[in-house]
Design a protein around this ligand. Structure first.
Ligand code: HEC
Ligand code: HEC
Length: 439
């Protein structure tokens, strides 16, 4: 075969391969469709449905489709190529799932701006573009949150010491507690949706896992400086547009692969957006969740989710020696409470990838992987206290808890059952998990 022909054939193949790569990267209909890039210019529709492992989540914009071109929530505002949407993805109910991050890592060989070293790595001083440097983000969907210690203008009533530091930042010679007077904890992004009710009222908002941001405005200002490494302050107009967007975008699971559309059940995004939002306290009237042509699978699943909602609202258990509670005692729509349910405090597995701190208050000592609210107030009593997370569109945004330790909704249920000795049967665990997956 003449050499030129072989060369041509090689070139053709190379072009074909390049073409495929090009198509894969620019098409939003392939596997990368799920990912919303900073600066992507199409609009986010009035209603958009995105697949997730158990069905579809719906993102609804109360004020109509949002043109994202040049929109400060969707455009990169800083120096690292990230936008708000980079970590608050529509397909993940305006949070981001660990699975989608892993997919993004493969698609971009770790080069997507979401992996920026500032907080997308275990520590900024680790080798870039290596999986090991980003293990907390890839394994658990956790971003690094660096908080000053002691907090500004606060005299803490406890001492803190780093006991274990597998992620390598709290003992780092450059970013560690001793060197930089800061503490690095690792947290899941919270939902940037359903925020209108959560942030209104005279008491203001309780935002971030430790409640450190009092308003959406202050939150957005900090987010641009920190996550987007913006050298400048956002303008008033940019802030207004971000807040306008955040307070009219809603997210909830809209359909389930087994149960079908959830609309008729009183769940779904519509009542959340236009009210009245269902109370989880009373248990949901999933009895209405009936179709004319129900399949057996649908009937079974719907009945199971309905039983789960009853368990959620009525199964009593004790978290301490004092009071009996149900899941619904705490998980109410719009709640602004800050609570410790032991997620950071209980003895953690020896191979936990998170840092471990010793907190000393007089003769009392506790161990914590994330002191939570105490890092803001400086009060020992706030150790392990977290702001109640939102409770909708859970299926779109695994893993769960601030530390991402529960890989699935079933793992959440197992955590409560194990930690508080609720004594749920296998069937009850399944019912509760099914209920959580349609919220
Ligand atoms: C690098 C990823 C990243 C980027 C970029 C980012 N965020 Fe976040 N966001 C997070 C994380 C992580 C948290 C939770 C932090 C915590 O709990 O301490 C969070 C929390 C929030 C919350 C709090 C929600 C609640 O209920 O407490 C809002 C609102 C929010 N982000 C909006 C924004 C806006 C607006 C922007 C752009 C200006 C932005 N975020 C950019 C990762 C990111
Ligand atoms: C005492 C109040 C309280 C009770 C009772 C309670 N929770 Fe929670 N729940 C919380 C707090 C606080 C968090 C956040 C913990 C964290 O981020 O580490 C949470 C987190 C969760 C999450 C994860 C949400 C997310 O976005 O990551 C789920 C799911 C959940 N709880 C389900 C339940 C179920 C099911 C029950 C009943 C078995 C229950 N909860 C009982 C306070 C409570």
């Amino acid at each position: 075969m003449p050499a030129r022909y072989i060369l041509n054939k090689r070139l053709t193949l190379a072009f074909l391969a390049a073409g495929v790569v090009l198509v894969a990267q620019t098409s939003r209909y392939g596997p990368s469709r799920i990912w919303w890039d900073a600066g992507q210019t199409d609009s986010l529709g009035w209603d958009s449905d995105f697949d997730n492992p158990s069905g579809q989540v719906r993102i609804s914009n109360k004020n109509g489709a949002v043109k994202t071109e040049g929109h400060p929530f969707f455009a990169a505002l800083g120096t690292n190529g990230r936008a708000c949407v980079t970590c608050h993805q529509p397909a993940n109910a305006m949070s981001v799932s660990a699975e989608v991050l892993r997919q993004r890592w493969l698609e971009t060989e770790g080069k997507d701006p979401v992996f920026a070293m500032v907080d997308g790595a275990n520590c900024p001083d680790q080798p870039p573009a290596q999986r090991a440097s980003h293990s907390l983000l890839l394994d658990r969907g956790l971003f690094r949150i660096a908080l000053p210690w002691p907090p500004p203008n606060v005299k803490p009533d406890f001492e803190i010491e780093v006991v274990r530091d597998p992620a390598g930042c709290n003992l780092s010679p450059k970013f560690g507690l001793a060197a930089a007077h800061q503490i690095s904890v690792y947290r899941r992004p919270r939902m940037a949706a359903n925020l209108a009710k959560l942030t209104e009222g005279p008491k203001g908002a309780v935002l971030m896992a430790d409640g450190r941001e009092p308003s959406l405005r202050s939150q957005a200002i900090t987010a641009a400086f920190v996550h987007e490494e913006s050298p400048r302050h956002l303008t008033v107009e940019e802030l207004d547009r971000i807040l306008d967007f955040e307070t009219q975008v809603y997210a909830a699971q809209n359909s389930d692969m087994r149960g079908g559309l959830v609309e008729n059940s009183g769940l779904g995004v519509e009542p959340l957006m236009n009210g009245p939002a269902p109370s989880l306290f009373a248990g949901l009237d999933l009895g209405k969740w009936k179709g004319i042509h129900e399949t057996d699978l649908q009937r079974e699943f719907r009945a199971s989710a309905a039983r789960g909602s009853k368990l959620f609202a009525s199964r009593a258990f004790r978290m301490d020696d004092v009071s009996e509670m149900t899941c619904a005692t705490c998980h109410q729509p719009g709640t602004k409470r800050l609570l410790d349910i032991g997620t950071a405090r209980h003895p953690q597995p020896a191979d936990s990838p998170l840092p471990l701190f010793r907190l000393k208050h007089g003769a009392t000592v506790v161990y914590s992987e994330d002191p939570g609210r105490a890092l803001i107030t400086g009060r020992f009593a706030d150790a392990g206290v977290f702001a109640m997370p939102q409770f909708r569109a859970l299926a779109a945004r695994a893993p769960y808890f601030t530390n991402g330790a529960a890989a699935s909704l079933r793992a959440v249920v197992d955590y409560y059952d194990r930690t508080y000795e609720i004594g749920l049967s296998e069937a009850e665990k399944r019912d509760l998990t099914n209920f959580l997956s349609v919220l």
